[in-house]
Design a protein around this ligand. Structure first.
Ligand SMILES: *Cc1c(COP(=O)(O)O)cnc(C)c1O
Length: 388
């Protein structure tokens, strides 16, 4: 096999775990039935397998299986949650609160709703990436219908205080949605303890397949109303029509099952690797850690580097490692990351940023190689700059 760069972009996507693939394969060919077919065994057997995945997901977040709605991923889940609530509750109010560091799959549906007359408050974050709860408190209005706050940030890994936010929303009768695309399987999530009403997931960030995700929709205390955004055969209790993508759903369930079993040991392992990387990189001068030092995903290290050009840096690194830069989030544009500028960075420092997404299959040797190559690339870029 040809020599490929070390993969450290596990927040963009992860490889499918072999065990996940093995669980999926029979559902393409042998067990291919439509889980909605109620008249024969082809339908029954896939329905049973889908049910099992639904149960795994529900158990992972302390919900019930009926509260899981399968979608094509977290983008669709976020759209369904935000637009679905807006459409169902617009007579109650038309104000939504979200955060500057959200994924575009939350910010863009909110912007779209703005064009329909909804008002959106976008909370800033503190320099460590956490929201200020007193600012959230002040943002609530009598016509607020929804608060949407990301569980684990996809760029800087920061974990927002979900339980505190949930309590504030519940007290005021406001629906609380959280984008947990990066969080599922990686940190403990409990929709009861955290008082979460809607939560979005995707499989491909947790060693499952692409093209499958889910939305948790609370059915009791309170029962959340949601206007469907896709109409058809009435699948998923009318909230998301379309024949269920059985192999992907089986893979999603298996991926979450593995992640939950491995969570504690894997987080320990990833924390060690992250520390190993940071200990080496922080020997460089002018290095900043982006995001809260401890309240973050174990596998996330995001740094900004003074005195280098972001594009030149990435160019110097890409033969050895696959990482993301401070402009890569929506790769179609070259604007600096809205997450890093929300931390108060200048555009230049936001550009000169690297996101290391360490994952299950990375090794200490890889981390050392990545650290050494990053250090030597930064040093040579700085030297060139002085010579110029
Ligand atoms: C990856 C990601 C998404 C988009 O998920 P898809 O399943 O690819 O649509 C949304 N939010 C966050 C935080 C993500 O990391």
């Amino acid at each position: 096999m040809s020599h490929r760069p070390i993969y450290l972009d596990n927040h963009a996507t992860t490889p499918v775990d072999e065990r996940v693939l093995a669980a999926m394969l029979p559902y393409f060919t042998e067990h291919f039935g439509n889980p909605s077919s109620i008249n024969h065994i082809y339908g029954w057997e896939t329905e049973a397998a889908v049910k099992k995945s639904r149960e795994i997901l529900a158990q992972a977040i302390n919900a019930t299986p009926e509260e899981i709605v399968f979608t094509s991923g977290a983008t669709e889940a976020n759209n369904l949650a935000i637009k679905g609530v807006a459409e169902a509750y617009f007579q109650k109010g038309q104000h939504i609160i979200t955060v500057a560091t959200e994924h575009n799959a939350v910010l863009d549906p909110c912007k779209y709703l703005q064009t329909l007359g909804f008002e959106i408050t976008i909370l800033p974050v503190q320099t460590d990436g956490l929201i200020d709860l007193t600012q959230l408190e002040k943002a609530f209005r009598p016509d607020t219908i929804l608060v949407s706050v990301i569980a684990a940030n996809n760029e800087i890994g920061v974990l927002q205080p979900l339980a505190e936010i949930g309590a504030m929303c519940r007290e005021r009768g406001v629906i609380f949605h959280s984008d947990a695309a990066q969080a599922i399987g990686k940190i403990p999530l409990d929709v009861q303890a955290m008082q979460i009403d809607l939560m979005s997931f995707t499989a491909h960030k947790v060693y499952g397949p692409k093209g499958i995700g889910a939305l948790y929709v609370r059915r009791r205390n309170p029962r959340v109303q949601l206007a469907a955004q896709q109409h058809g055969g009435g699948h998923e209790r009318g909230m998301r029509s379309g024949t269920l993508y059985t192999p992907q759903i089986i893979g999603f369930g298996k991926a979450v099952e593995i992640a939950l079993q491995a969570q504690a040991t894997e987080n320990q392992y990833l924390t060690q690797l992250r520390q190993r990387l940071w200990e080496q990189l922080s020997q460089l001068e002018g290095i900043h850690l982006n995001g809260h030092p401890t309240q973050r995903l174990a596998g996330n290290l995001n740094i900004s580097i003074e005195g280098v050009d972001g594009a030149a840096l990435l160019l110097g690194l890409q033969s050895v490692m696959a990482v993301s830069s401070g402009s890569a989030c929506s790769s179609a544009t070259t604007a600096p990351s809205h997450v890093l500028t929300a931390l108060g960075h200048t555009e230049q420092l936001a550009y000169a940023s690297l996101r290391f997404g360490i994952g299950r299959f990375n090794t200490a040797e890889e981390i050392d190689q990545v650290a050494q190559h990053t250090i030597s690339t930064v040093q040579s870029l700085r030297k060139q700059k002085i010579l110029l």
